[in-house]
Design a protein around this ligand. Structure first.
Ligand code: NDP
Length: 282
């Protein structure tokens, strides 16, 4: 029976510690502050943004929200980011994706001052991650690494297989695992013989966006399975990218959905905002 890796409990623990750090910063008249921009009316984004504001509240981070209409122009979005960049009391800026298709999301991410890029999407921060320098690591991969650490999982020498190569999850988690001396294989929609690759994974990260995609016969007995997916099923319930119920008696460790990677993503966002505030102080 797999050990369930409780991301929710770990996120709580991290946020409790952050609250103390924020209290200390406040004594030095530094109040960490996050600005969140959302464009349009994406229902899932609204939930994510609400969870982020709730976490800020719990940790003691000040929070400012910009809800822009669907018809916002590229220039209006860039101007807002420019204004937020210029405001010293704002330490972190987050642009919630997705944004409407007529806007250039890459240009917007690049416009964010990389010192305030608490999502770790700016090319400077991505480059620093690849080079092994101190940086803002994007929140989901950072959260996964913290879960592995919390459960005492040694990464060195392990075969880590990542399914998915997005800029926000797949590529940076592969980089993080490589930095900890895993042997990393990256898979995507054009990968051939996926099952034979996943079957040799000591650590398997599923970041695909397809309901229960990873089946029992795709994993090795005792594998450490990290499920990043958030999929809404027809009955309205959430499920991950792995067939969790059937993997549970074969995997060694597994993250649940919900309650695994999701809460850790938010906890690491809070960590990055506090880091950004401390960087200003130093
Ligand atoms: P993307 O859609 O950007 O990327 C999905 C990746 O999966 C792509 O690289 C794609 O390959 C690959 N893929 C698709 N189909 C297959 C297949 N049949 N076989 C192998 N690979 C395949 O998704 P994200 O990385 O943004 O997100 C992945 C999931 O994680 C989603 O469910 C999302 O909601 C969730 N998520 C959860 C977070 C959390 O906090 N828990 C945070 C961010 C995302 P290709 O590149 O070839 O198209």
């Amino acid at each position: 029976m797999a050990k369930i890796m409780d991301g929710k409990a770990l996120a709580k623990k991290i946020q409790k510690k952050l609250r103390e750090e924020v209290e200390d910063l406040k004594k030095e008249k530094i109040i960490p502050k996050l600005a969140v921009i959302m464009v349009g009316n994406n229902e899932a984004s609204k939930v994510y943004v609400k969870n982020k504001s709730k976490a800020c509240n719990e940790v003691g981070i000040e929070y400012e929200e910009y809800l822009l209409p669907e018809e916002t122009t590229n220039q209006e979005l860039l101007d807002l980011i420019g204004n937020l960049n210029a405001r010293k009391e704002i330490h972190g800026i987050l642009l919630q994706s997705p944004i409407p298709a007529h806007l250039n999301i890459n240009e917007a991410f690049e416009k964010i001052d990389y010192h305030k890029d608490v999502d770790g999407f700016h090319s400077v921060n991505v480059g620093n991650l690849v080079l092994g320098r101190d940086t803002f690591i994007s929140c989901t991969p950072y959260g996964i690494m913290k879960i592995l650490e919390e459960y005492g999982i040694s990464i060195e020498g392990k075969h880590a297989v990542v399914i998915g190569r997005s800029n926000i999850v797949g590529k940076p988690i592969a980089q993080c695992l490589l930095a900890q001396n895993a042997t990393v294989t990256m898979c995507h929609s054009k990968t051939k013989n996926l099952q034979s690759i996943t079957q040799s994974a000591d650590i398997l990260v599923a970041a695909i966006g397809k309901e229960k995609f990873v089946k029992k016969d795709m994993i090795k007995p005792g594998a450490i399975v990290i499920d990043v997916g958030i999929n809404r099923q027809v009955d309205g319930k959430l499920c991950g990218d792995t067939d969790y119920e059937n993997l549970i008696d074969k995997a060694g460790y597994i993250t649940p959905v919900p309650g695994g990677v999701g809460p850790m993503t938010i906890a690491m966002l809070m960590t990055n905002v506090v880091k950004a505030a401390k960087n200003v102080k130093d």
